[in-house]
Design a protein around this ligand. Structure first.
Ligand code: PLP
Length: 380
């Protein structure tokens, strides 16, 4: 990288990633402030954000739910739930069909929490019948955890069907909805969700800095004394919010200001249904265009979400992801490497402040790159 490329240009490259994402100029501008992190004006913003997240979920405190913000990226929020909410003799069943499910198992291993992993192939959804059998036969299991949209592939796991099994067996249900909350509808009551985790820099189109947990108040309050971590103690954080509307330790002030603006812009767009519809349209234009260029989609369309799409590498020895990536980057487009263990793929996200015109510009750049690299594509 030479010196010139490190000087910011007026327009950043467009991100077709699973987050951090391309954000609006106004979201970025909202950060050009110095907020006193313990000052009442800032505290009021924090309180308002907590309420607005619940409202986005179609919930309120009257329904017995709380929203707790947690410093750090999404992973910190998921880890905070495990660190706080599993009793000393608890056991978690993790449904895994990708890297983020596997990451939950890794967190439990680090926290020395008893757990088992029910794996499904990366291109298939978790098996509700297998879960039913496991919960019927293993009484030690207290909690079930699953990822909603497995960003590893872009697969959408059937929350409500799985949640109904969890609730039939009266276990606590934990959902990582990092890459879906804010764009895809989530029915907390139908799916029996007790804890749901998401973060600032995905479908709400804020910037990184914090995650948030939507928790049923009663089970969370019953977790007194379980916390295995001081900084990731979700109940401790809730108590601080209730005591003085403050984070316990330094909050990501700029990220919260940006988030407030991002929430305004989500409302302006028409809320969750409108945002989901834009992403769905982005995804459809992307897939149609990529197929026309001869690329193949990894997932069956029946399980594919509109959030991010995995494409197989072209079947041509001249293709390397690195060269493909760098050529697209030179043209102003950032795509994402694959994360799948069983297939050579790359990923393209449909989320963030991007529209059909951005997808069409990317497709033109992909087409040019295919020509530059001399790739023999199976054109339809
Ligand atoms: C992004 C994401 C996370 C969190 O990743 P961070 O890098 O910690 O923000 C967790 N789960 C899923 C499904 C995700 O997409």
């Amino acid at each position: 990288m030479n010196m010139l490329t490190t000087i910011p240009t007026a327009k950043d490259k467009t991100l077709f990633t699973p987050g951090p994402l391309t954000t609006s100029l106004s979201v970025k501008q909202a950060m050009l402030r110095d907020a006193g992190s313990w000052h009442f004006e800032f505290n009021a913003i924090v309180t308002r954000i907590r309420g607005r997240i619940l409202k986005l979920a179609g919930l309120s405190r009257a329904d017995g739910f709380e929203c707790i913000l947690m410093q750090g990226s999404g992973t910190f929020g998921v880890e905070a739930v495990f660190a706080t909410c599993i009793p000393p003799n608890g056991k978690v069943a993790v449904l895994a069909n990708g890297a983020y499910g596997e990451r939950m198992a890794l967190m439990l291993q680090h926290a020395k929490i008893d757990h088992l992993v029910l794996r499904a192939p990366e291109n298939d959804v978790p098996d509700a019948v297998a879960l039913d059998y496991t919960l019927a036969t293993d009484e030690a299991i207290t909690h079930v955890a699953v990822v909603h949209c497995e960003t590893t592939t872009g697969i959408l796991n059937p929350l409500t069907a799985l949640g109904k099994v969890v609730k039939r067996h009266q276990r606590i249900f934990i959902v990582d909805a990092m890459s879906s909350f804010g764009a895809l509808p989530i029915d907390f009551a139908a799916a029996g969700i007790d804890y749901l985790i998401s973060s600032a820099n995905k479908c709400i189109e804020g910037v990184p800095g914090f995650s948030f947990v939507i928790a049923r108040r009663a089970p969370l309050l019953a977790c007194e004394g379980f916390a295995r971590s001081l900084s990731l103690d979700l109940l401790g954080q809730l108590k601080a919010f209730e005591k003085n509307a403050q984070f316990r330790y330094t909050p990501p002030t700029h990220s919260l200001l940006a988030f407030q603006q991002a929430l305004d812009e989500l409302d302006l767009e028409g809320g969750v249904p409108a945002r989901g519809a834009r992403y769905q349209h982005n995804h459809e234009v992307l897939v149609a265009g990529m197929k026309q260029l001869g690329f193949r989609v990894y997932l069956d369309s029946a399980v594919q979400s509109c959030i991010i799409t995995s494409f197989y590498f072209p079947d041509d020895a001249r293709f390397t992801f690195n060269e493909f990536y760098l050529r697209l980057s030179d043209k102003g487009f950032i795509i994402y490497p694959g994360k799948i263990s069983q297939a050579d793929t790359f990923r393209i996200g449909s989320i963030g402040r991007i529209f059909e015109s951005d997808i069409r510009a990317l497709l033109a750049a992909v087409s040019e790159t295919v020509t530059e690299m001399g790739l023999a594509m199976l054109r339809k």
